[in-house]
Each structure stands twice: as structure tokens, then as C-alpha cells.
Design a protein. Structure first.
Length: 79
């Protein structure tokens, strides 16, 4: 199917959504005509894209954090 650009009257394929001559966007015209692009030949996303790739890291609980003792050294300099 061919279509004509409403801006410059250039005739081109409806598969192109932008006029190759003047650059006018023909997307809205195609939508009004009810033209929708054909389905993709393969799925964009597969079930494998949603599988967990990395195991969760173990998170320290609040109780474990309180029980853990760390020494912190503070220095004071008198000027």
C-alpha cells in the first residue's frame, strides 16, 4: 500500500512512518487509517527475562548488628 505525504505530496510505502522527502511524521495519519504494523516475528521478551539471575544476598538482621561489636577509633587534635 502506498500513501501520500500531506505536507509535500511525496508518495511512499506505508511501512515508513516518516516521509523520506520532507521528514513529516505520518504516524498519526496511519493510526487514523487503522494501519497497525505487523507483529514481530519473535517475542521481544521471554520467560527467561523474568527469571532470577542472581541469588539474594544475605542481609544482617537488626539483632545480629547489635550483637556485632566493632571498635571505632576517634582522634582529637588540639590546635
Amino acid at each position: 500500500m502506498l500513501m501520500k505525504c500531506q505536507k509535500c505530496n511525496y508518495i511512499f510505502s506505508e511501512e515508513i512512518k516518516i516521509c523520506p522527502k520532507c521528514g513529516a511524521d505520518m504516524g498519526m495519519v496511519l493510526e487514523k487509517l487503522g494501519y497497525f504494523p505487523p507483529s514481530a516475528s519473535r517475542a521481544f521478551l521471554t520467560i527467561d527475562d523474568f527469571k532470577e539471575k542472581y541469588p539474594f544476598e544475605r542481609v544482617e538482621t537488626e539483632r545480629e548488628a547489635k550483637e556485632r561489636k566493632e571498635e571505632i577509633e576517634f582522634t582529637y587534635e588540639d590546635k
